[in-house]
Design a protein around this ligand. Structure first.
Ligand code: HEM
Ligand SMILES: *[C@@H]1O[C@H](CO)[C@@H](O)[C@H](O)[C@H]1NC(C)=O
Ligand SMILES: *[C@@H]1O[C@H](CO)[C@@H](O)[C@H](O)[C@H]1NC(C)=O
Ligand SMILES: *[C@@H]1O[C@H](CO)[C@@H](O)[C@H](O)[C@H]1NC(C)=O
Ligand SMILES: *[C@@H]1O[C@H](CO)[C@@H](O)[C@H](O)[C@H]1NC(C)=O
Ligand SMILES: *[C@@H]1O[C@H](CO)[C@@H](O)[C@H](O)[C@H]1NC(C)=O
Ligand SMILES: *[C@@H]1O[C@H](CO)[C@@H](O)[C@H](O)[C@H]1NC(C)=O
Ligand SMILES: *[C@@H]1O[C@H](CO)[C@@H](O)[C@H](O)[C@H]1NC(C)=O
Length: 322
């Protein structure tokens, strides 16, 4: 008993160390970034999220997807959180198919408040989002892993065009996914592993009813299709459930089928590749060092903070005078 326990602990430790050492970190990020400036950061976030997920485990999916959208659109710079960003909390501009959970934005802002109250304004919203995604994975039953930290928050909004151009639609086939994600340096294994993010959460009927109406996707399992039709009786139903073409085609396409199968029969392998993919994703086009800023409010750039409103008013004045 004691013996196997020790073996288990050794295995966990070695696995972790190998993984972190194997991963090349982007310049400016580190595994120990806040160790002296905010040593309690990760426990503040995890303890809070445990409570949040006890009330509604669905929020874990919202937070995981938020980090994915942040990273894919102009890098993991917290721009997704900005009011005025195409997928940010100012919902008017958001294309309906993005459907990020409004509560996810509130959770990040609440965590930011708790962290800054303890440590001061030293931790970025982008890092809080990355840690939250990791905790969402772990606290919903997935693997635990270290997240490299040191991201700064961006100053630019993501436009609708930029947002749509960087998020592959759920109607993508494997070829389209491979091409879209190769541009961000992901290989087929990363893509299958990261699509495993869809282990949790939901999709709105509108994200996949083109597979049911007007004609049923012939590659879709008939029983499954009938079940989906019961939940989504019309193409524009507001109900939620789901499976996307992008996911199913990874199993159909010969380039990725064996990867899907290998994960299906070996969860350890899936977790290992998922973590590698997540750490890779979490470093896409990050701002570090003197780039960007650490927002006092994740929804607004510091330059737009009300406490600086006099400067903004002056600028507005000179514009209208001009
Ligand atoms: C590979 C390309 C991807 C496509 C085409 C895609 C597409 C989608 C779509 C259409 C939805 C449903 C939105 C809705 O109807 O409300 C969704 C949900 C979700 N996606 Fe993805 N996604 C992709 C990659 C990822 C990645 C890399 C992750 C994270 C590792 C992820 C995590 C999630 C989660 C957790 C949900 C559920 C969200 C919730 O319940 O609020 N997705 N995805
Ligand atoms: C957005 O993209 C559309 C079509 O791709 C294009 O017509 C439009 O000019 C773009 N808008 C901006 C602001 O770039
Ligand atoms: C969202 O919908 C627009 C049309 O409204 C479509 O052009 C775009 O491909 C969709 N994007 C995603 C990510 O589903
Ligand atoms: C939602 O799904 C239920 C079954 O789960 C179905 O009875 C109902 O008609 C659906 N409502 C809409 C608006 O699609
Ligand atoms: C769905 O489409 C039908 C017919 O176009 C329309 O009458 C109905 O209001 C729509 N429902 C929703 C929820 O958009
Ligand atoms: C499952 O994957 C792990 C991690 O790559 C590997 O060490 C292990 O040998 C695999 N197990 C089986 C039964 O193939
Ligand atoms: C953060 O900014 C948003 C948008 O301006 C505002 O509604 C909210 O009250 C701010 N939060 C705090 C804690 O100041
Ligand atoms: C402005 O910054 C202060 C801290 O300097 C912060 O507490 C407040 O939430 C910010 N307000 C807005 C609207 O961003």
């Amino acid at each position: 008993m004691a013996f196997s326990l020790i073996i288990f602990l050794l295995f966990c430790c070695c696995g972790n160390v190998q993984l972190t050492e194997a991963q090349q970190l982007v310049q400016g990020l580190s595994w120990t970034f806040y160790d002296s400036s905010c040593p309690r950061l990760e426990s503040i976030v995890r303890n809070r999220l445990k409570k949040v997920f006890q009330d509604d485990i669905g929020q874990a999916a919202g937070l995981l997807r938020l980090h994915f959208h942040d990273c894919f659109v102009q890098g993991c710079d917290g721009s997704v959180l900005l009011d005025g960003s195409a997928s940010g909390p100012g919902e008017q501009a958001a294309p309906p198919n993005l459907s990020l959970r409004a509560q996810a934005f509130r959770i990040i802002n609440d965590l930011r408040r708790r962290v800054h109250r303890r440590c001061g304004r030293v931790v970025s919203c982008a890092d809080i989002t990355a840690i939250s995604a990791r905790d969402a994975v772990f606290l919903s039953g997935g693997p635990d892993y270290d997240v490299p930290l040191g991201r700064k928050d961006g100053l630019n909004f993501a436009t609708i065009n930029e947002t749509l151009a960087n998020l592959p639609p759920p109607s993508s086939n494997t070829g389209e996914l491979l091409t879209a994600l190769a541009a961000k340096n992901f290989d087929a294994t990363d893509i299958v592993a990261l699509s495993g993010g869809h282990t949790i959460g939901l999709g709105h009927c509108t994200s996949f009813t083109d597979r049911l109406y007007p004609t049923q996707d012939p590659t879709m399992d008939k029983t499954f299709a009938n079940n989906l039709k019961a939940v989504c009786p019309v193409a524009n139903s507001t109900n939620t459930t789901g499976l996307f073409t992008s996911d199913q085609d990874l199993y159909t396409d010969r380039r990725t089928r064996s990867i899907v199968t290998s994960f299906a029969i070996n969860q350890t392998l899936f977790y290992e590749k998922f973590v590698i993919g997540m750490i890779k994703m979490s470093q896409l086009s990050v701002l570090t060092g003197t780039q960007g800023e650490i927002r006092a409010n994740c929804s607004v750039r510091n330059s737009d903070n009300l406490s600086l409103s006099s400067v903004v008013e002056e600028e507005k004045g000179s514009w209208s005078a001009f």
